[in-house]
Design a protein around this ligand. Sequence first.
Ligand SMILES: Cc1ncc(COP(=O)(O)O)c(C=O)c1O
Length: 405
Amino acid sequence: MFLSKKSAQASEVSKDGSSPDFAYMKPDSCYLDSACQTLRPQCVIDAEMEYYREYNACGGRVKYAWGSMVDDKVQQARKLLLQFSGKREKEYCVAFTLNTSYGINLVLHQLTTGAFSRIITSDREHNSVVLPSMTWAKRAGAERLILESADDGSVLYTPSQLERSIVLMQSVSNIDGRTTKNLQQLANDTHAQGGILLVDAAQGFGHDVEGLRDIDFDAAFGSGHKMYGPSIGFIVIKRSLLDRLDPFFIGGGTVSDVDLEKYSLLRSGDEAHAVLEVGLQNWGGILGLGAAVEWLNQQQPRKENEKALAETLFQGLRSHPRVRLLNHTASHVVSFHVDGIDSHQLALYLSQQEIMCRSGYFCCHSYLHHQMKLPPLLRVSLGLHATSAHIETFLSALTKILSAL
Ligand SMILES: Cc1ncc(COP(=O)(O)O)c(C=O)c1O
């Protein structure tokens, strides 16, 4: 639908894990920051460019042929994302947004006030969950509850704590790749107590969509830029939750009619998503995201390769006596600090050798800085573009730097 035959063939991976999908990368560039943004395969870039070059029209409004092409493709992208999430059109729909953070705020702050008594997160959340939960609780005059998480990634709670609650939680961590193990049980218990489950799936859609498919979430929020797509966000949301919104963030594209004093919103059937898509959308980005989902659906060999690379990386880091790893097990994302070296300085040394990884708290200040009282960390995150040469380059550069300091 979005990928040409040629691009599907280009996806084939050679034995060392490299492929023409990322042939635009300079050979000595070692990009290890995929938890922030994944690299875009050439076919995704092509799909977005094709829109700008060949049918640069607005969707949802125009009658000329370019507009119909956009509408068809946007519709296909919505269907693909729903299938990818393992959800049915009857129960869920897909809305496009700016990113995960924006989607969380958009839904949370338009929920009818008074319907929920508290908001619950875990102790390991990203700022894009922590901050909206704080502002929501303040606005609603409701309580905030922070659940402790166990080493295996499960959150600890008793069902009665969930009564009439909004549970807002990640499915996969951007610190160490841990999955929230008991998310499905949490969904069941939350629903039984009259609450809703909102999932921050910024990392989950790209790294554990299989796990997400089993979860009866009310809404899950994703970012195209963390799953090989353009910089765009999306929400997979239950139609029943859309009905419970009290929309005030509205404008062009969200209404069927407007009079001097009143308006009627598009809120049902094929157009239910419209209430979350205010104004013109990032059409090229949506089509690029469709291509990214198609591409991801074909990447089983690369996923296996990434797992093997994660193991090599984990073992390599574990063998350094000065490295203090946060991870208990191998993962596509690992965070650590090194005794006696500032992580920001270490990131700069690595960057001098074209090795790109992150330093700091990765927008998890509350957990890493204030609860764990850790110094700034270094984070290495793999992506499906990564090869064994990248891991060797990183590990040998780290060894050299550590032996010099
Ligand atoms: C777990 C998690 N949640 C939320 C976000 C926010 O995503 P975005 O910046 O795309 O809104 C991120 C981004 O790193 C993340 O890793």
